[in-house]
Design a protein around this ligand. Structure first.
Ligand code: ATP
Ligand code: MN
Length: 479
């Protein structure tokens, strides 16, 4: 058996002076021909492995470059140096894999996030990305735990579908046509009858509609899977492939929905803070350093951990779309024409600058906006009695903007059909969605949380491309 190693995190936490141990990992630095900083990915804190002077041959020591993989066997001792409780004095060092210092792209210095994005296959080896992906993993676990503990059923929505949930049309086609020779019908249109599925198919943009089918039988369900949008937005908060969590609850109204979403967000933040203290401290520090590059007035008032604690400790502000428009319209910012899109009238779709003004400048905390004009929202949202708004809610987070989009769904068959007609959505194609309203319809609601935006919020990473292992965005599908 090869794997008799003790993980570095365990050595650092539980290792007792005198214990014999085997560790394996990668050399981060080797200084004074004596001190190896060893990392094995179990924590962002390196283990100091001491190679006593004169004990090892020069030929071996010369190979201890940044990136070299080694196995070290030795004794735990109390560390005489500052910064660590224990270290390991090596009796034996074996090189498992050499790393040519001249050629290795990662040097023991600070690299820019942009540079690291270009070598995403190696960026797991940096402290920043190792911390981000450990936190991402813990957050994913916390999400499952939150719902499973509440008795929700985890639903696997299909990835290939024939429906476009939002009607947005920003979908990726799924086909096995020979693209140089696509079958056409007599009108010269693509003949999807000849295609793999016998009709036009695409990658899912959302699992919501399918989740509604399950929720109206199983009660409470959630999806957690990849979704795809061919939107050409080169922003720091959009990806072409991203993960979404979509809970859907029978017997829920909009207020129940907001309560669940707020409790959910607080739960996963708290979970990350309590289960990843070292990584969170590291990321907070990283963000503080990054902030120092900014002009004084653009720096945030709170550190990362402080900011997250503040979100946990305070109620989210809940205001209607109409109230938000009043605040924005009457703001000095608007009067001084500082918005790129001025706020003049009720009915406009809020731009991210407006959302950020509300959360960052006006309320200085997460905001739930609800009851939006029906014209700017999807067909399935429940129509309110005023005849002009729907029971939609978006949650806006400081620094990110929209993090959750949700609604109470239209459960009344007549209203749903008339809205679909107004919006030109085919009843025939969505017969299955309408059937839910035909047989035992009930009030129900749900929301979608963008997983990467949540991970961005928790880790303080400014670009969404830095919180998913291999980001997909326009003109990029590397690795
Ligand atoms: P936005 O206005 O920011 O584009 P949206 O209104 O298109 O968002 P929804 O369709 O409501 O978003 O999707 C639900 C959630 O999925 C959003 O609140 C957001 O957190 C996330 N999301 C949406 N589009 C993307 C994307 N391209 N990349 C990453 N996350 C996304
Ligand atoms: Mn969008």
């Amino acid at each position: 058996m090869f794997n008799k190693r003790t993980e570095v995190a365990k050595v650092l936490n539980d290792g007792q002076p005198g214990e014999e141990m085997i560790v394996m990992g990668w050399v981060r630095t080797f200084r004074n021909n004596q001190f190896i900083a060893l990392n094995d990915g179990s924590t962002n804190i390196n283990l100091q492995v001491v190679a006593p002077l004169g004990k090892f041959e020069d030929a071996l020591l010369r190979r201890l470059n940044t990136g070299t993989a080694i196995r070290a066997t030795g004794k735990v001792v109390a560390s005489p140096g500052k910064g660590q409780r224990v270290e390991l004095v090596a009796d034996q060092i074996d090189i498992l894999g050499d790393s040519d210092a001249e050629k290795y792209p990662l040097q023991p210095k600070k690299h820019s996030l942009e540079f690291l994005r270009e070598i995403a296959h190696l960026r797991f080896r940096t402290n920043t990305f190792a911390s981000v992906f450990r936190v991402r993993s813990i957050v994913a676990y916390a999400i499952h735990k939150f719902f499973v503990d509440k008795g929700f059923v985890y639903l696997h929505a299909p990835i290939i579908t024939a429906s476009d949930a939002e009607g947005a049309g920003e979908t990726f086609h799924v086909t096995n046509f020979d693209l140089a020779n696509v079958p056409k019908d007599e009108h010269g249109k693509v003949d999807f009858k000849e295609d793999f599925f016998g009709r036009s198919a695409n990658l899912t943009v959302s699992g919501q509609l399918e989740a509604e089918l399950a929720a109206t039988a199983l009660g409470n369900v959630y999806t957690f899977g990849p979704t795809f949008r061919a939107e050409n937005s080169n922003t720091a908060r959009h990806l072409a492939e991203f993960w979404m969590i979509e809970p859907e609850m029978a017997f829920y109204d909009l207020e129940d929905n907001m309560d669940l979403a707020e409790a959910f967000i607080k739960y996963i933040i708290r979970y990350a803070l309590t289960h990843c203290p070292d990584d969170m401290a590291f990321l907070a520090n990283r963000l503080a350093e990054e902030e120092k590059q900014k002009p004084q007035q653009e720096r945030s008032e709170m550190g990362l951990v402080e900011k997250l604690q503040f979100v946990i400790d305070n109620n989210f502000e809940r205001i209607t779309y109409t109230e938000a428009i009043d605040i924005l319209k009457n703001s000095n910012h608007n009067k001084k024409k500082k918005f790129q899109y001025p706020v003049n009238e009720w009915g406009i779709d809020l731009q991210s600058e407006h959302e950020r003004y509300l959360v960052e400048k006006h309320f200085k905390k997460p905001v739930i906006l609800y009851n939006y004009p029906k014209e700017i929202k999807a067909f399935y949202m429940r129509q309110n009695e005023d005849g002009r708004t729907v029971a939609a809610m978006d949650i806006l987070a400081p620094g990110i903007g929209e993090i959750v989009g949700g609604s109470q769904r239209e459960e009344r068959l007549d209203q749903l059909q008339s809205r679909m007609k107004e919006m030109g959505i085919s009843e025939e194609e969505l017969f299955w969605y309408l059937d839910i309203r035909r047989f035992g319809t009930v009030p129900h609601a749900g929301f979608g949380l963008g997983f990467e935006r949540m991970v961005q919020f928790i880790t303080g990473m400014t670009n969404i491309r830095d919180v998913i292992p291999f980001p997909r965005y326009p003109k990029n599908v590397e690795f």
